[in-house]
Design a protein around this ligand. Structure first.
Ligand SMILES: O=C(O)CCC(=O)C(=O)O
Length: 226
């Protein structure tokens, strides 16, 4: 199945990403280490760092990557913008996340196109994201349907890939990270595009740094709604 059909039929696809993964991993480590506490959120399984638009040129190619923008055209189907771009390090030993959708259908932010750049390889043992294929077409949510949201779901598929791969998914697909049973972190860059009239998770115009603005091309400026 080609990538377009996979996204349409299964609700997710893994493709080669836009950047060299070794450069990406070094830049990720440096950017996370230099973030200030107001941009860091330490959750029960993961550590997140906000706003990777303003953390280095190494991340610029991600949110203007042509296959990603093409996927936005298909899934969102009207003018769109970037809503968020953050780092998520899933810590070793973390349990599986609950199955969920990213946005309810009655939200101004629907349809949502999500993406995850695998800074580390996503494997069966280190927390690869699981998906229920075809669930982006279902009207019910996991919360309405399942009693144990962390349990394995019949027919679920793990989105695995080598470091540098890009996972693109329909935000209505049922998904969540699996348990990280390995001894290492599972690092990723995660973001979402939403309809242009929706409310972005990050106000990129307000956060824009002069050195970022100076290097942005017209496509980047457009998707950031500057
Ligand atoms: O990190 C992952 O694999 C999935 C993250 C996710 O689904 C979320 O944060 O909503």
């Amino acid at each position: 199945m080609d990538a377009t059909s996979a996204l349409q039929e299964q609700g997710f696809v893994v493709i080669p990403g836009p950047a060299r993964h070794d450069l990406l991993a070094n830049a990720y480590t440096a950017a996370v280490a230099s973030a200030t506490s107001d941009d860091i959120r330490i959750g029960s399984t993961s550590t997140k760092v906000n706003d990777f638009v303003n953390r280095g040129a190494e991340f610029d190619s991600l949110y203007v990557f042509a296959p990603l923008l093409e996927a936005c055209c298909r899934v969102i189907g009207r003018p769109f913008k970037l809503s968020s771009l953050h780092a998520r390090t899933l810590r070793p030993g973390s349990p599986a996340q609950e199955l969920h959708v990213d946005v309810p259908r009655d939200s101004a932010d629907w349809p949502l196109l999500g993406f995850i750049l695998m800074v580390d390889e996503f494997r069966l043992d280190n927390g690869a994201t699981r998906f229920v294929p075809g669930s982006h077409r279902w009207s019910g949510t996991p919360e309405d349907t399942i009693s144990d949201l962390r349990a394995e779901y019949n027919g679920q598929v793990l989105a695995c890939g080598p470091a540098g791969s890009l996972l693109i998914f329909n935000g209505s697909a049922w998904h969540g990270h699996t348990a990280n049973m390995s001894s290492g972190p599972r690092r990723s860059l995660q973001g979402a595009f939403i309809p242009r009239d929706g409310r972005a998770g990050t106000d990129f115009a307000a956060r824009m740094q002069p050195e970022t603005r100076a290097r942005l091309g017209s496509i980047a400026q457009h998707v950031l709604a500057l």
